[in-house]
Design a protein around this ligand. Structure first.
Ligand SMILES: Nc1ncnc2c1ncn2[C@@H]1O[C@H](COP(=O)(O)OP(=O)(O)OP(=O)(O)O)[C@@H](O)[C@H]1O
Length: 300
């Protein structure tokens, strides 16, 4: 069983406008652990830095500093060349993530062969059919091309492809936000079932608090590159502490979330002086990550 350990992750981008260069810190000291059999939701509004975290985990972006490590059951860090056997992504856009020129079989066969999970035409085809079955798609779709499938079916193929290498950590970045409302729940239920059956560690990235609560064990709330609140899903949603989480919940379309929030007293924490702090529900206190990191350096 694989665990994913993200520690003190920072990502800065250089922005150029004419001759001027500025640095944008898109991710600031983000840390969390994904463990088998648990789903962690990373929630935040557009631009909060969620996708940048996902892209670093997918190794599409290099962190400015900090570490991302897949760790095996023996506690040893998995070597870089085997990282993708263990950690796979499901992206937001199933239209862009599948190649229109290749069959569904090709999309599944490639990772099966590359990651040494099947060889020989017959075995590859059998395994691909099994993967389709796992995501509730008929094996008859194997010879089709992506454009012949609905958005929901394509996203199921993308999930099957993520499972093909035998990955135990799945990062799903807004996996249903581009789908019809009618197919969203089916795809989220599918991810939840696979997670239970395979004991997967899942990072579910979303701006939707209601599905974050329903499909996750714990929630990380991200604002302007920082984790501003973290804890068990119900605690974060039903007893939000950070003003940003309260604002997110107040804007949620789910009337149950809004109703609970209206009755909650915002209290002195509603002031913006909490912007740089994280409320940690497990510790039951506010944490200043910059100060804590400084203290750790001083103590070392
Ligand atoms: N390649 C890049 N170059 C410069 N700035 C970038 C780059 N990628 C992301 N950013 C900036 O980093 C910040 C975080 O972006 P990111 O896409 O991670 O946010 P997000 O929470 O995933 O938003 P969304 O839900 O819209 O994808 C934004 O201000 C964005 O403009």
């Amino acid at each position: 069983m694989t665990t994913l350990e993200v520690r003190d992750l920072v990502k800065e981008f250089t922005l150029r406008s004419g001759l001027r260069r500025t640095r944008l810190r898109a991710v600031h000291r983000v840390g969390f652990t994904l463990v088998p059999g648990r789903t962690v939701a990373l929630v935040g509004a557009s631009g909060s830095g969620k996708s940048t975290v996902a892209r670093m985990i997918a190794r599409l972006e290099k962190p400015t500093s900090g570490t991302i490590a897949a760790v095996g059951p023996d506690g040893a860090r998995i070597e870089d060349r085997h990282y993708r056997d263990h950690v796979q992504m499901v992206f937001q856009d199933p239209f862009a993530s599948l190649n229109p020129f290749h069959s569904i079989e090709h999309h599944l066969a490639r990772p099966l062969v590359l990651h040494g999970r099947a060889k020989g035409r017959e075995q590859v085809r059998d395994r691909a059919a099994q993967l389709l079955e796992r995501v509730n798609l008929p094996a008859g779709l194997m010879d089709r091309r992506p454009h012949e499938l609905s958005g929901g079916q394509r996203q199921r193929v993308a999930i099957a492809r993520a499972l093909a290498p035998g990955a135990q950590v799945i990062v799903a970045d807004e996996p249903v936000s581009m789908l019809d409302v009618s197919s969203r729940l089916g795809v989220l239920n599918l991810l939840a079932r696979l997670q239970r059956e395979d004991d997967l560690a899942v990072l579910y990235i979303t701006h939707d608090l209601a599905t974050a609560r329903h499909f996750s064990d714990s929630i990380l709330v991200m604002n302007r590159g920082r984790i501003v609140e973290r804890g068990p899903a119900d605690d974060v949603i039903l007893d939000p502490r950070h003003p940003y989480t309260k604002t997110l919940a107040a804007a949620a379309p789910d009337p149950e979330l809004r109703g609970r929030l209206r009755s909650a007293d915002p209290g002195p924490e509603a002031s913006s002086d909490r912007d740089h702090l994280t409320y940690d529900h497990e510790a039951g206190r506010w944490v200043d990550i910059d100060a804590d990191a400084q203290a750790a350096v001083t103590a070392a």
